[in-house]
Design a protein around this ligand. Structure first.
Ligand code: UDX
Length: 463
């Protein structure tokens, strides 16, 4: 099928590349010419395992193109994905100006062909109808003529009638495993009131639904859920809010565990064995970060407030998450007392491993607090090069190129991100380089026994 994805951020580029990978003919549109040039040369602007490889092979098969020309993309696609950013505004609501511009742009370029416009960006509930209105505005601007509203459930169109439907198809991919998640989803949610649009989406996703691209043959069938537009939009927010709340829940249990002498890693195992609870997203630590959870919770709380509802549970999940950052500072203070003038080495900066994403990374909060307290901050991250101190959040950080340089003359290490290579470090060697061999393990990632044998005082979370 002919597909156009508009916006080549995480969601747009991964969606475009994966759809080309499974055989569709895809054009990805972005308004940033440098980014488009980079992608045309087969390079991904984001660090995501496996992405460049599938981009290159789809390009070699002539199934994946990149352009800044929105009109050409819209002309090409029978399915148009809106996958532009919806960053948070200071009040927590989403900034939808990019969605608005693209929806109007689609309207301005629609031809007579029936198109499915897919909201892939995480958009406020109600955006499906709003996008439909904006597309019609775009058409009206171009034609300056009164419109007939098209769509599969309307009377046969004339040449000038815009023929389209809007589908909400929320994205559930995780950074770091975006390709796997896209090709091997648990479920596909399609929000629309139009069967023609749903049928086209089912055709588009059929290789994925039929698990044709799954390496793991034991995966259960993909669940396909067709809903109304608003429910599909809410599913995205509710899923992220639930996962974030689950993490805040286990962090709260961790904090009580510490006080009563229990071990949250064992408690987490014990409760996760209950199939009603499940064992995922029960790792206690420094709290959640990243580009989705903080933004989506803020937006959902804001939506509740807009409609007169005080989302107290969600607010508590956010508050526990913020508190988790300060608990780590307290642990350092308990060990080192005054932090002013002390050197703290951060192992990892990204909000999670296998990504170069620093958005809302817990490490940025910790850096901010440590600097305020007068500590000196060093950091080592496998993907963030020492030249990255250009990043405004890292200007006061001494970025080094190895764990050994990090440990040298540090008063404590703080493991912020569970990069697998951190388990392979020779900690005995590191202990010898430090002023005091202390490690605050914010992810309960290192073996306390091994670290103790290496001469470290290992301080975990909730144990
Ligand atoms: C998330 C959702 O998982 C995904 O479905 C959605 O599409 C986008 O948001 P992502 O932000 O890539 O994906 O990361 P995820 O792996 O979910 O982790 C989010 C945060 O929670 C990270 O900071 C991670 O370290 C933290 N986390 C996760 C925990 O602290 N404990 C856990 O048990 C799991």
């Amino acid at each position: 099928m002919r597909v156009c994805t508009i916006g080549t951020g995480y969601v747009g580029l991964v969606t475009g590349a994966c759809l080309a990978h499974i055989g569709h003919d895809v054009i990805c549109v972005d308004n940033n010419p440098e980014k488009v040039e980079l992608m045309k040369s087969g390079h991904s602007p984001i660090y995501e395992p496996g992405l460049s490889e599938i981009m290159k092979s789809a390009m070699a098969a002539n199934r994946l193109q990149f352009t800044t020309d929105l009109g050409a993309g819209i002309e090409h696609g029978e399915i148009l994905f809106i996958a532009v950013g919806t960053p948070p505004l200071p009040n927590g609501s989403s900034d939808t100006q990019y969605v608005e511009a693209v929806a109007k742009g689609i309207g301005q370029h629609l031809n007579g062909e029936y198109k499915v416009i897919v909201n892939k960006s995480t958009v406020p509930i109600g955006s499906g109808d709003w996008v439909k209105m904006l597309v019609l505005d775009g058409v009206a601007e171009r034609t300056k003529q009164p419109l007939l509203v098209g769509g599969g459930d309307t009377p046969p169109p004339t040449q000038l009638t815009p023929q389209f439907d809007v589908v909400s198809n929320p994205e559930f991919l995780r950074e770091g495993s975006a390709i796997y998640d896209t090709l091997n989803p648990d479920r596909i949610v399609l929000g629309s009131n139009n069967q023609q649009a749903i049928d086209l989406m089912l055709k588009l996703y059929s290789p994925i639904i039929d698990r044709e691209c799954a390496e793991d043959t034991s995966l259960p069938p993909v669940a396909v859920l067709a809903t109304d537009l608003g429910s599909a939009e809410m599913i995205k927010y509710a899923a992220n809010a639930f996962l974030a709340t689950k993490i805040s829940f286990i962090n709260e249990i961790a904090n009580i565990c510490e006080r009563v002498g229990a071990d949250v890693t064992q408690v987490s195992k014990g409760i996760g064995l209950d199939s009603r609870i499940g064992n995922k997203f029960l790792n206690a630590g420094i709290g959640w970060g990243g580009s989705c959870f903080p933004k989506d919770l803020a937006a959902l709380i804001h939506t509740g407030a807009d409609y007169g509802y005080d989302a107290r549970l969600l607010k508590a999940a956010v508050s526990v998450n913020q508190q988790q950052r300060t608990l780590v500072i307290q642990k350092l203070q308990n060990s080192l007392k005054i932090l002013k003038g002390k050197t703290i080495g951060l192992l990892g900066l990204t909000f999670k491993p296998d990504t170069d994403d620093l958005r809302d990374a817990p490490a940025l909060d910790i850096i901010h607090i440590l600097i305020e307290l007068g500590a000196k901050v060093k950091a080592y991250d496998p993907i963030i090069s020492p030249q990255s101190s250009i990043n405004p959040h890292l200007v006061n950080v001494n970025l080094v190129s190895s764990p050994q340089l990090l440990a040298t003359d540090s008063d404590a290490l703080v493991l912020m991100t569970e990069w697998s290579e951190f388990q392979e470090i020779n900690y005995q060697h590191l202990a010898g380089l430090m002023r005091s061999p202390i490690v605050v393990d914010c992810r309960n990632f290192l073996s306390p026994t091994k670290l103790a044998e290496a001469g470290f005082n290992h301080i975990g979370i909730g144990c």
